[in-house]
Design a protein around this ligand. Structure first.
Ligand code: SF4
Length: 326
């Protein structure tokens, strides 16, 4: 396997609300190869968007990065400050945000917005070079060059999200983070937008982290899938292994709660609710909902450990079964 382009080590982010501090992302570690697509799923409040914003260094108080490193091509992004951070962001790591409308400037034509993004980072480019790149990017995301002359309110939701994709890849970053990129779109448009994202990501050879909750869409879109629960990454696996041989009990329940047209078995509900980050149960945070919970699960938090090539799981019972002689 090639050397990872992204290496996240023990990243922890917390929120201070009143006098209470909640660990929104705790001790997260994973790597990503160039061109690889990683999906991150989890219920709302599981920490997946917190992780995305922290990697971009776009988190705002009361969120705080407490510890950890995130190396992208030899630079620890957690140590960058000021102008270095500004220059690194967008040219090396970029974001396709959740709400396209909120991230586009409503009073600026699309062409100008793309040109601004290029000119802020490529100061030596001529006007002709900038305009040529704007044209190329619109075409790459499947939009007519005429779209450049329009304002955001003149575009459909899917077109706006394509503009956001063009903005994210215009400087050919090493890593793209897409935070629920299709959440406000209908199903057909969702698939077209995801296909566009995958196409441009492949063309520039970037790694992609896709945050979402639609497991079906993820299954078709990513190489590996990670699951977050109550601020912890509890499972990660190549997507085929994840669906055919899920290890973590929460992943097993997520999969059995998916409808399938070929099976008539009743859908399984995941009992209970994700706990508040301010009031996590002791031991494994999933134990009150876990059908396999044993006594150690109530006492000790499981460590996230490798379980195979590209795989890792935080679960006492999985650990035990893998340690047993076969
Ligand atoms: Fe369930 Fe225990 Fe594994 Fe947690 S550690 S997921 S409670 S079996």
């Amino acid at each position: 396997m090639s050397a990872p382009v992204l290496d996240v080590r023990n990243l922890s982010v917390s929120y201070l609300i009143g006098k209470q501090r909640a660990q929104a992302a705790a001790d997260i570690s994973f790597t990503l190869s160039a061109g690889e697509r990683l999906g991150i799923v989890g219920e709302s409040g599981s920490g997946k968007s917190t992780l995305a914003l922290a990697l971009m260094r776009l988190h705002k108080p009361p969120a705080r990065i407490d510890a950890g490193e995130a190396w992208l091509g030899g630079t620890d992004m957690m140590r960058l400050e000021g102008e270095d951070l500004r220059r690194f962001r967008w040219s090396e790591i970029s974001l396709v945000p959740q709400g396209a409308m909120n991230s586009l400037n409503p009073v600026m034509r699309i062409r100008r917005q793309l040109a601004d993004a290029i000119e802020a980072h490529r100061r030596d480019w001529t006007r002709a070079q900038v305009q040529a790149r704007v044209q190329e990017m619109l075409e790459r995301v499947g939009l007519s060059p005429k779209v450049g002359d329009l304002y955001p309110h003149e575009l459909s939701g899917g077109m706006k999200q394509r503009v956001c994709i063009a903005l994210a890849v215009v400087l050919e970053p090493k890593l793209i983070i897409a935070d629920e990129p299709t959440s406000a779109l209908d199903v057909v448009v969702q698939r077209l937008v995801i296909q566009t994202l995958k196409d441009v990501q492949e063309q520039i050879g970037a790694a992609l982290i896709m945050i979402g909750h639609d497991m079906g869409l993820m299954a078709q879109s990513v190489d590996r899938l990670a699951v977050m629960y109550a601020g912890r990454m509890v499972d990660i696996a190549p997507v085929r292994d994840f669906f055919h041989r899920p290890l973590h009990p929460y992943s097993q329940l997520l999969i059995s709660s998916l409808p399938s047209p070929d099976e008539t078995k009743p859908l399984t509900d995941i009992p209970g609710m994700q706990p508040s980050l301010f009031d996590l149960p002791g031991g494994c945070s999933f134990h009150p909902r876990c059908p396999l919970a044993k006594e150690p699960c109530r006492q000790t938090e499981p460590t996230f450990l490798p379980t195979g090539p590209g795989r890792g799981t935080a679960c006492h019972v999985v650990r035990e079964s893998l340690d047993e002689p076969h």
